[in-house]
Design a protein around this ligand. Structure first.
Ligand code: PAF
Length: 286
């Protein structure tokens, strides 16, 4: 396994692979890897086969964090990440620096961003205004550097995956986007690098997101229910958990993200909840 730092070196390696018709599977991450990421790596390998190459990028992208968010304390452990990647059969770990990804930014000479204007307005986009501009920009840059045939994203970030698919379609990126299922802890909490922040009695309280999804699933199993009524039920459930505060819960079409007024099977639920100071997200098809 190679660890590659400069984008130019990564692009050169990827270009050589492409010219030799070697398929490239790509898993973009912000590091602090867990089983959820490793399941994406396995999916990338499955897609490109043994003769293909799997690249994992590890880069905590500053432009997708708002000023009051957790950029400076976002968990990092590059040595452990590289060990996990090696064990998982990754070919290249790409680890660029801020100066390499956003050259001239401090001096005001970095001024090109990629913006998706529709799907990114609601949910995460409403709560985190700069977030998706940062995500689409870095993912577009990573695609231009890693030149993947296939890129694998986690379903936990459902809205992100929908936006990336839209960006790829709209901007003609020659890459297939795969969305792989969310991996959960035994108590149902979706795996996330941010779960590290859930210390002591905060950790069990994080199960409230999964419980809220289950509550809604039970409610809509045999009938349709108004989104307003379900939203209120979720709000009441979350209100009972001392450290939890609901940011949003939304019901929408899984492909278009268009909000649903009445909710039945096939509609998607997504929610964001603060547990203590940690903001967690989850989603599921009902
Ligand atoms: O999902 C993530 O970890 C990040 O948003 C991504 C796609 C790696 C871009 O920084």
């Amino acid at each position: 396994m190679r660890i590659v730092k400069p984008p130019s070196a990564m692009q050169r390696i990827a270009g050589q692979w492409r010219r030799s018709s070697v398929r490239i599977g790509f898993v973009p991450t912000m590091g602090y890897l867990h089983e959820g990421h490793l399941s994406l790596v396995r999916e990338a390998r499955r897609r490109v086969g043994r003769s293909g190459k799997v690249v994992v990028s590890i880069y905590v992208n500053p432009t997708q964090f708002g000023p009051a968010e957790d950029l400076s304390r976002y968990p990092r452990d590059l040595a452990r990440d590289c060990k996990l990647c090696r064990e998982a059969g990754v070919d290249v770990v790409f680890v660029p620096t801020d100066a390499q990804m956003y050259p001239g930014k401090e001096a005001g000479r970095y001024s090109t961003y990629v913006v998706e204007e529709t799907l990114s307005q609601q949910m995460e986009g409403a709560s985190r205004p700069v977030h998706f501009r940062g995500v689409t920009t870095i993912v577009a840059k990573l695609f231009n550097i890693v030149l993947p045939d296939v890129a694998v994203f986690g379903a936990k970030d459902w809205q992100q995956a929908a936006i990336i698919k839209r960006m790829v379609a709209n901007l003609n990126f020659p890459v297939k986007i795969i969305v792989a299922p969310t991996v959960r802890e035994s108590d149902g909490v979706a795996m996330s690098s941010r779960n590290k922040y859930l210390i002591g009695d905060l950790r069990p309280q994080a199960t409230v997101l999964g419980r809220a999804i289950k509550l809604v699933q039970q409610n809509v199993a045999r009938k349709t229910v108004s989104a307003a009524k379900l939203r209120e039920q979720v709000r009441q459930l979350i209100h009972k958990v001392p450290a939890a505060r609901l940011d949003y819960v939304e019901f929408f079409d899984p492909d278009t993200l268009i909000p649903a007024r009445t909710v039945g099977r096939g509609i998607h639920i997504a929610l964001a909840v603060f547990v203590g100071k940690t903001r967690l997200i989850d989603n599921a098809r009902l």
